[in-house]
Ligand binder design. Structure first.
Ligand SMILES: [Fe+2]
Ligand SMILES: [Fe+2]
Length: 471
């Protein structure tokens, strides 16, 4: 049954919106809500909508996707061919992936049902180019970017996280998005809401591997305060292209590394995603970016080693049940910077094997963890745990490491974890000291033989489980 179009009251200055939905109750409620701010017309079929659009001029069309006879997507295609009107499509969460086509057809925005009133309004205002709070619900396409007007900036506003990370989440303190094609993000969960487990399963069954959160929410989530704020002069910020090149290079290193052999691919991809997001966050700060850049410039294998230690630390931590994003971020941070002190030591010494070093050179090399501590302590962004763990990454369980040799119970609880990740990465990743790296299983056997006293047994068990879990 198709009804006659309904027109709500509105002033001539108001933007005119046509709302289309075959669910009459929903249509009436939505029209009532929108009529508080806009002039609203409504109808419950695409057929009627086509007639209305041919006869009237609308500023925006808000249409359901799943409708009998002519779907919202078909209607969109017709509108885009015949009228230059903006279109926002509405759909249920389970159908969100089918809407990819709609984006390609030129939908200006998307909103996932059920949605909140403020999200609806901010999404509409955003697409109509009206001033409003930052866009949330119906994110604009690249043609109407949120942010500073550059389309590519949209991607930079979001952080990619593995969908697996959301399975264990009890409560969500931030909105979550799905990425549909290039630069299109659709909100699927609200702040304070929950994504039910079965919904996660549906997304996974449809091949969704990642969910996205806004970068500022990721900062909150990991408890990391960016000191690079809008107040900082442009000269204090990292050049965008430089950052992008660095992230692409980091991504390549993460893909190429041989240490991937012998470890469950899904867990590994998960850890790499988290790490790449952490590198991206840290690269926004000029000080940390400059340090990372100088580390990779000093010796690319050393930067690869640092990435490897971060990845292994994340894998071991997850295996041991650490879920907190704060802890995982700190581990990424330490992994990346634990050997930063080595940038003050000549490549010639760094590239010699231990057997080739004289006692003076060994002494100099062993100063690197103290140097790492001092460099990190001078940063405004490094949390105190990160500084301590970097300082202790060569300490061990029997007080024979360096530089302080404290008893095991005096170490930061995460130091043995990073120590383990460091030893494992050293032996499994190609470097001038280890031109023929071991496989993961060989490295486990080697550690068992040579380091069994020095390493924490629980941490070592977790590492063994990761390696055995493969395939
Ligand atoms: Fe080290
Ligand atoms: Fe290291």
């Amino acid at each position: 049954m198709e009804n006659h179009p309904v027109e709500a009251e509105g002033s001539a200055l108001q933007k005119h919106i046509l709302v289309i939905d075959d669910d009459q109750v929903f249509l009436t409620t939505l029209s009532d809500i929108l009529s508080k701010e806009f002039k609203v017309s409504s109808c419950n079929s695409s057929k009627v909508a086509r007639d209305l659009i041919s006869l009237n001029q609308y500023d925006l069309i808000l249409s359901d996707v799943q409708m009998p006879h002519i779907s919202g997507t078909d209607l969109l295609s017709w509108i885009k061919k015949n009228h230059p009107t903006k279109v926002i499509l509405m759909t249920g969460f389970g159908k969100i992936l089918e809407t990819q086509e709609a984006y390609e057809l030129g939908a200006d925005g998307f909103i996932v049902k059920p949605f909140r009133k403020d999200d609806l309004f901010s999404g509409i205002r955003n697409i109509l180019g009206q001033p409003s709070a930052p866009a949330t619900g119906a994110e604009a396409k690249a043609t109407n970017p949120v942010g500073n007007g550059e389309p590519e900036d949209i991607d930079k506003q979001f952080c990619k996280l593995s969908i697996e990370d959301f399975v264990a989440q009890k409560e969500i303190d931030y909105p979550i998005y799905i990425k549909l094609g290039n630069r299109n993000y659709v909100k699927i969960s609200h702040k304070g809401g929950k994504i039910p487990e079965d919904r996660i399963e549906i997304y996974k069954s449809k091949g969704i591997k990642h969910l996205y959160i806004k970068q500022e929410d990721f900062h909150k989530l990991i408890g990391f305060t960016m000191l690079v704020s809008k107040a900082v002069a442009a000269s204090g910020q990292v050049d965008k292209q430089k950052k992008q090149r660095f992230l692409a290079y980091t991504g390549e290193l993460l893909v190429q590394q041989a240490f991937v052999t012998g470890i469950d691919k899904r867990s590994l991809d998960n850890a790499k995603d988290f790490l790449l997001t952490s590198v991206s966050i840290l690269s926004e700060d000029l000080e940390t970016f400059t340090l990372l850049d100088s580390l990779s410039g000093h010796a690319d294998w050393l930067y690869a080693h640092s990435l490897g230690v971060s990845v292994m630390s994340l894998l071991i931590a997850r295996q041991m049940g650490f879920q907190s994003p704060q802890t995982l971020f700190k581990l990424s941070f330490v992994g990346l910077f634990h050997d930063i002190g080595k940038k003050e030591i000549s490549r010639e010494i760094l590239e010699k094997s231990r057997m080739q070093l004289n006692s003076e050179e060994i002494h100099l090399l062993e100063t690197h963890s103290t140097r790492s501590r001092d460099i990190l302590a001078a940063l405004k962004t490094a949390p105190s745990d990160v500084i301590q763990i970097a300082y202790e990454h060569h300490e061990d369980q029997v007080g024979q490491g360096y530089p302080r040799r404290p008893s095991a119970d005096k170490l930061h609880p995460l130091s043995p974890l990073v120590q383990m990740a460091d030893i494992f990465t050293l032996h499994t990743l190609k470097s001038p000291q280890f031109p023929n790296p071991k496989s993961a299983t060989e490295a486990i056997n080697y550690i068992e033989m040579l380091y069994s006293e020095q390493v924490d047994r629980k941490v070592f068990s977790a590492l063994k489980e990761i390696v055995c879990k493969k395939n």
